[in-house]
Design a protein around this ligand. Sequence first.
Ligand code: BG6
Length: 480
Amino acid sequence: MSHASVNPARGPFPEGFLWGGATAANQMEGEYAGGGKGLSIQDVMPKGITSPPTEGPTPDNLKQVGIDFYHRYAEDIALFAEMGFKVYRFSIAWSRIFPEGDNSEPNEEGLEFYDRVLDELEKHGIEPLVTLSHYETPLNLARTYGGWTNRKLIGFYERYCQVLFERFGSRVKYWLTFNEINSIIHEPFISGGIPIPRDELTEQDLYQAIHHELVASGRVTRMAHELMPAAKIGCMIVAHPVYPLTPSPDDVVQAMHTAHASYAFGDIHCRGIYPGYLLRHFRDNGIELEITDQDRDDLTNTVDFVSFSYYMSICESADATIAKGPGNLMGGVPNPTLEASEWGWQIDPQGLRVIINDYWERWQKPLFVVENGIGAKDVLVDVDGSLTVEDDYRIDYMNDHLVQVREAIADGAHVLGYTSWGCIDIVSAGTAQLSKRYGFIYVDRNDDGTGSLERYRKKSFDWYREVIASNGAILDGSAA
Ligand code: BG6
């Protein structure tokens, strides 16, 4: 990297920094209709967000088998332990616990599966970090109720969370309420189970759905604190620093508006009230939300920490004719100074330092980087008789991002930990491909569904083990 924004007094990562990896149930578990599981929205999204949902499950959906974590979890967790993971972020599949979402009783077989996962983690001394809802709304809640547009979802979600808190509360300290909650603005079906295409969904219905999710998040945060006094509850946001494309004040103001759209979710989770700029957006657009006194009270249950995914920064321009590029559920105007991954996501390690500083200064809550990584087309090769992937590009990507986390910590931010996304190859959320690989562990499964499901350690596996063992001391900051 070319910029000279180097802090010469880089310290080590703090004692107890939580190093690890992250995944989501629907992208890896498989057993999509077994173990008493009901269908989720993912079971009708065989192509991710690239094409509309299907009527019912179709055999071309790679998520039906995923990487068979449902049966291979012990082997996979042992590999995470071999890398020295301190924490493992995973989601619980809502429809494995409440198959239809509105059932009166939970599915015991589903709860037992997560008992077994937690047993393995405990065996290896790995702290669990559980996402309660990671793009996995039960399909029935989407189709029968209209997803989060319906206030009833609050109650269904509360009951689901209560079951998990009572069952796993003594074993799980860190919980996240909704994965990338702000993504609902761009992708209402995958994010909010709303079965109406984005361009047909009114702003009124969209923001009412968002309100319901925020109230639900506040309600379960209060419940978690009551039932599990030691628990730490976080919100989870797609983070993307927004840069003005040019120094023109028009571009700067446009960048501010785009940033506000995401800030709102953190502002409400951290301050417990709607920010003025969002209230103005409602006034200007004739949006009148149904907000009860009880809702207002529920929103005051603020989170203990803020977690976020970071893959890329975006640019904004006041010129609406400039095309947006690809990105993590939402693209921005491409930045002419940056290179991109094979899927067009622009690579900006310093953006991670920027966003950590930004969030820390804005909210003064501990931060957790719960997703970061690069999707790439890995190739399995034979090195001295062992199959592996020489993924130096992944090592470079992660090294450069972790160096910027260290910079941000040196800047004064409080960062609890870092879980790299897709620490083992899983099915992509956006494109539903397996060939978009993020892992330190290669899984032999291809986009056409062939493959042995065998696991192989990539070169980055050993590298990450050394990063963790040295608490980040081996990171190469020479290019920062
Ligand atoms: C985030 C999601 O949007 O990015 C993950 O929380 C997802 O579920 C990750 O997998 C990477 O995106 P993709 O589309 O490359 O899988």
